[in-house]
Write a protein that binds this ligand. Sequence first.
Ligand SMILES: [Zn+2]
Length: 572
Amino acid sequence: MPPSPADVSSGFRRAYLDYAQLTAQLETWARTYPDLVRVRSLAKTPEGRDVWLAVIGPEPDRVRPAVWVDGNLHAAELAGSSCALAIAEDALRLHVEPHTLDLPTPLIERLREVLFYVVPRISPDGAEAVLTTGRTVRSVPRDERVERGRPRWLVGDIDGDGLALAMRVQDPGGELVEAPELPGLLVERTLEDEGPFYKLYPEGTIEHFDGKTIPSPFFLGDNPIDLNRNFPWSWAPSHEQAGAGAFPASEPEARGIVEFATKHPEIFAWLDFHTFGGVLIRPLGHAPDAKMNQEDLAVFRQVEAWMTEHTGYPTVSGYEEFLYEPDKPLRGDLTDYAYNQRGAIAYVIELWDLFKRLGMERPPKFAQLYERVTRKDLVKLAWWDRDENARRAFPAWRPFEHPQLGRVEIGGVDPRIGIWNPPPHELPALCATQAEVFLRVAALAPRLRIGRIKREPLPGTLTRVEIEVINDGYLGSYGLPSAKALDFNEPVYATAQAERCELVDPGRAHQVLGHLDGWGHGLHTGQNLPAYPGTRGTTHAAWATYLVRGQGVLDLRVGSCRAGFVTARISL
Ligand SMILES: [Zn+2]
């Protein structure tokens, strides 16, 4: 009996793992469950770390429907790693101890046939920089730009405590002031405030400083890449899309993912974990729902229903509610790539519902929450930080003599835990509820199987063999309906090989059967109203027919690169 996954857990459901701990967890799984877990590297980062992919499920090389989960593409968004690992662990439990999962039997049976691809940390260099130094990194802590002439902030530890946090400088023109309710907490200045006022900078130094002019900090200032703008679908260069990188998939982390996904058209669902908001963001990212494939939209409504039931998170369209600038869709993001180019049920989860905790009302468009945090909300946040987050987000300021700016104060704001990520005690529930939803999404898989086999003896030594091929999964053999249009999404075909007998027409050994519908159709499609009773006909099944001369065996392989393959050995 293999041990329970709980016995070999490194504790990722309650803590944020560093690279060594995360690697050790994956290696432990691969060692403990060699038939169920395979770990491989998708890419080597410039700092020499691996972007790990864990493949969970028996016979990982047998092509069959698969799902993808990733997290921590944004360096500070560590909770995504924990939730991705939790889903990997639950996928493991499907095979090791299925009775411990709170899932109905038909779901467990279905899920045991699905392969899970889990990439818990897309940006190991970025996450490590954030974990060990606290410095701001959007995705990756590197800057390979050639242009070096403009003065800018270089973030780093300058007071020698190992951390690179925030720096404040008193300035009569400062935009911020201390909240009277909570000394140390900087809030937006109003006309009524008396001061002192502050400017806020990252801890660090200024490159090309002229001794007078301080450049404005920019979140991509010394780490220009946002991996979530580096993917090939609808990519645009960085003068149009900040963070884009030099060209699509220019970064090894993105490149490794794109190369793997290209070789794995069987991925029909794709979950990308981020950590800030408490919301599910689904396609489309570039156009309103009215322009979306309505059958796809119905499937996403099913995902939405599960998300509401299990997590309470709202579901929004990227375009309708998550554009940071109106009418300016994000370019090159990962789930746009996964949905539009790989045909997956792709969505983002922003894990930490901080706004809801602060009691903020949901504005007409979800993304407006990020803009609408008021001075009062911030004070509430700081109280919460003191009472429930061990003062992690707003540590004290400490005076320091800065080599360029003179007297400053360092510390003050550390958004890693409390703002970007939930405190560790909130993690277990997030891991559990997200896994509950995603396992249901994974159970939407198409499933091909061989149905009836008819043998009809004909005059001479001929036999007509008819083989029924059925898809009894939720989704069609094509996955999402819109994915039918993708070039790689070939129809189901059958290939027969005769052993000790022969095909009358060898040219019919290979037969294209076409796509097979599933039984599912999403939600709110009117199927429940029996005004005009009726369903689809047998659009989920097809027959392959062979004329065989002699007695022997017909070896049959049926499927597609998307739906996977099933085989049969038919004796004649
Ligand atoms: Zn993010």
